[in-house]
Ligand binder design. Structure first.
Ligand code: ACM
Ligand code: ZN
Length: 477
């Protein structure tokens, strides 16, 4: 095997060693030399698809092969599941004889955490990564900026950083740890709304009529970056360059959601002048030139943009109906009720789509009535474990009409999550249901079977000290 592949296999080999030690007590030294032994990990380029792997256990030994080192690692996580399912046999060092040939339905399986609302220390983020990796998630989105905080300390604009934020060294530590689990860390800087923390430092970059209106960080004040101020673009160009250099991910998420256009752009003299100059009837159309400039900065970094698919500003369609996203933007469907529309629009337009519909994938919604954060949240709908499980990311559409779906993402918006314990409490076990929605073809999905396979995993989460929530009846509210 080429040396570089051996190097990239090291985290998979380390993971295998940990799994075997933890489940069977065997402490096995793994040699990188390709020596013949009873345990083999290897990249097999005859396999296709970035995460296609095979696990074979027979009298001769254990072999995990994958199309890539990441695929081998996913195979190791499957072995962990096999051993978890029968801990008594595993403790005796017995591994069931199996032949597994497996690959994910979707290339992207992501979770999003929100340290902007409530900061999450590096050690908590790492622990979160460790757990999500067990369920074959391959991306973590970090929502780094919002009204309640700017959580990344930048050299170019150090004043922006909230007292609790990630330094460059912190980011490197998170990214390196994620890489050991073959997880991509996608940074999100939310613009042009959700920018109160930014505007509390640079109020002159908000709309003109609001310059002297006070901003209190921590309150949602619905301020926006001014679309007609050149300095906004200069500053963000620099910020995006620095963030792009810190994160190896090919992607940057730019938000684009929930912008309070009527109280900002619509009433700003500069924005109004820009509307007139462009011949726009509605201030929300300024999203087009705003993101044109921002996206050219993103493209200059070599990264690919992702945005929340925001249909509320433009839907239901007006006479000047528009679907304004440039072709190279990957969209995330999220708004309750609008995912079928988003799926159809993007099928027509050819945009790549991530499925995070509120109905199934907003893991920050309560699982049942009377559960937190219903009390201190704002009346979010209920998403039961069963509802999370009954998520078909293709929404039952034809193969052609869902061919542009890239994957799934579960959100953990943290307004009502003061710490990592509440985050995992909301995430689990629904994130297990979502992981399966992202990985497994519909013909192999079965709710009753899932509930059975769930139990050893709940035991394991409890053993790990991961806070989670299960209702009295799994499908109940
Ligand atoms: C969102 O939930 N604001 C994307
Ligand atoms: Zn303005």
């Amino acid at each position: 095997m080429p040396q570089h592949l051996l190097l990239f296999l090291r985290p998979a080999a380390d993971a295998l060693r940990r799994v075997l030690k933890e489940r069977t007590g065997m402490d096995i030294a793994l040699s990188p030399k390709g020596a013949k032994g009873s345990i083999t990990l290897a990249v097999d380029t005859a396999l296709h698809g970035a995460e296609h792997y095979r696990v074979e256990v027979s009298k001769k030994g254990l072999t995990i092969t994958g199309a890539t080192p990441a695929a081998v690692f996913r195979g190791v996580m499957t072995l962990n599941q096999l051993l978890l399912a029968d801990p008594h046999e595993a403790e005796r060092g017995r591994i069931p004889a199996v032949k597994i040939d497996d690959a994910p339905r979707f290339a992207l399986r992501a979770l999003m955490i929100d340290p902007a609302r409530n900061f999450l220390p590096v050690k908590d983020v790492k622990r979160f990564i460790e757990v999500m990796a067990k369920y074959k998630y391959n991306a973590l989105q970090l929502h780094l900026t919002d009204d309640q905080g700017w959580r990344i300390a930048l050299k170019s604009y150090p004043q922006l950083a909230s007292p609790q934020s990630y330094s460059a060294a912190d980011i490197r530590e998170i990214v390196a740890y994620a890489a050991e689990h073959y997880i991509d860390v996608i940074p999100e800087l939310d613009i042009p709304g959700h920018t109160a923390a930014f505007l509390s430092v640079y109020p002159e970059l908000g709309c003109t009529h609001l310059r002297n209106a006070p901003i209190k960080v921590g309150e949602t004040v619905n301020r926006m970056l001014c679309a007609a101020n050149d300095t906004v673009y200069t500053v963000y160009n620099q910020i995006l360059r620095e963030v792009a250099a810190l994160f190896p991910s090919p992607y940057i998420h730019l938000g684009g959601d929930e912008a309070a256009v009527p109280t900002n752009w619509e009433q700003c003299p500069r924005c109004r002048a820009m509307m007139e100059q462009k011949g726009y009837k509605r201030a929300s159309q300024l999203m087009i030139p705003f993101f044109e400039r921002i996206l050219s900065s993103v493209r200059a970094t070599g990264k690919k943009p992702i945005m929340w698919c925001e249909l509320n500003n433009i839907y239901p369609p007006a006479d000047d109906y528009l679907f304004p996203y440039p072709q190279d933007v990957t969209l995330v469907s999220w708004r309750g009720g609008l995912t079928p529309t988003c799926l159809s629009l993007t099928a027509q337009s050819g945009h790549k789509l991530i499925m995070a519909p509120g109905e199934h994938a907003y893991l920050d919604y309560p699982q049942m009535h009377h559960d937190l954060p219903e009390y201190n949240n704002w009346g979010m709908p209920i998403t039961t474990l069963e509802q999370a499980y009954r998520f078909d990311p293709g929404y039952g559409r034809t193969a052609e009409a869902q061919a542009h779906v890239w994957g799934v993402m579960g959100t953990l918006w943290a307004e009502a999550m003061p710490d990592i314990n509440r985050v995992t409490y909301m995430a689990y076990p629904r994130a297990l249901a979502l992981a399966e929605a992202g990985w497994t073809q519909m013909e192999h999905r079965d709710w009753a079977d899932f509930t059975q396979r769930l139990y050893p995993n709940l035991d394991e989460l409890m053993r790990l000290g991961i806070s989670f929530r299960v209702p009295f009846e799994l499908s109940g509210k």
